[in-house]
Design a protein around this ligand. Sequence first.
Ligand code: ADP
Length: 480
Amino acid sequence: MRVRSIRIKLTLWYTGLLTLTCLLLGGLSYGLLTYSLSRDIDYALRGIADVLETTVKPRNDTMHPAEIDDMFRQFFGFSPLERRIDFFNLTGRRQPEQNRQASGLEIPLSNSALEAAAGGQRVFETIRGENRPPMRVMTTPVIDDGRVVNVVRVAMSLENMQETKRRFLVIVAGLLPVMLLLSGGGGWLLAGRVLRPIDTMTRSANKISAEHLNQRLTVSGNGDELDRLARTINAMLDRIDDSVQEMRRFSTDASHELQTPLTILKGEMEVALLKPRSPATYQQVLHSSLEEIERINRLVEGLLLLARADVGLLKLDLEPVDMAQLCLRLCNQLQPLARENNIALSHGTLAPVLVDGDELQLQRMITNLIDNGIKYTPAGGHVTVSVDKEDGRALIRVQDSGAGVPTEDVREIFNRFYRTAQARRQNSRGSGLGLSIVRSIALAHHGNITVENAADGGSIFFVSIPCIASGESISTAEHA
Ligand code: ADP
């Protein structure tokens, strides 16, 4: 089963990790307890053996059960029910006169222990028998005059130790479920508390739709992860809002721009059809209609180009293009238009710079800029085109002696359908798509476009495109 709720997942993880930690800690504590208890028992057994060595040797007499009790009490703090002190000779025979025990079961002396003790070593063993608790046994030699004369063995039951360990386990086993229950409940509440802002965010986000894009998520301002998430989502909503606004503006402007020529077209045709007309009048109406259709066509083509560029589908037939040659040719081609508007169209430096580009699109880009220069420069003015190579880029410059672009419009003029107030007032031909197309073409060639106002009036448009090679300058400051 796949758990979908983060709250449940967090609680399960939390409880699982805590269980693991508790089990590890419990196991470690149990091991340490066993080690520490065993070590204490061995120390005490060693202590008893040390006393026996010094007391039994000189006295060489028997030990009374009361003495044994005292000794165990001295070293262990209590006298275990099952404890023994046995003396053996070096053949392993028990010395009965010394073995009067107050309690305890008979434990046979193992050969290995006897051998080790006879060789002067102390041996510790744990002896387990049926129906009785295991015994911890220490066998040690009694040395007199540098030689082993006897073997003494001290044994005590591990019952107390086992009881302590059992109690420990019972306590841990009893506490573990209670702890897990408490921690699971705590984890559930904690996860709920932590995730509550996410629920609130989800509810707020659900209310935001294209119609209510101005709504934003509440930002707590405490700088935590959720606060950052809310800020990020809000920033994303800002961008989406801007895009949607732009799209709306765009469709309104596009419809408006298309509507004007269509209305003219319709009006002219309706008027022409009101009564029978001469062939010359019909011809004139058809000419005018064709002009409007061309205008619509240009608009639709421009929109199509921008739409393709937006989704990265602007297809470029790349080939080396000499920007100087291209500008020179366009200056020549646009001379009639310039003359018609009484504008002096010339070129400055034309450094032959090769760019990897689509000649048709580059032509369209420069034509738009020269065309704008002619359009926005009063009669008697001039437009100059130049090409330079700077930092591995072709720098195309189109300068005019017009009124320039008002500072507040500099950032906007590259937006679709944007026209300055002055341009609208003059009602000159134009739809506001030209510079957006120029920018899209420049960007598609990994270039960029900027505009500056010249010190002596007029505007200078700069297009910069990476170049692939360059040669000698063609000419300088000559009229095309
Ligand atoms: P349009 O079809 O109106 O010329 P563009 O996108 O080419 O559209 O230009 C956008 C606006 O930028 C123009 O309406 C005009 O206000 C301004 N502009 C463009 N070129 C120039 C220029 N050379 N001098 C002054 N203003 C310009």
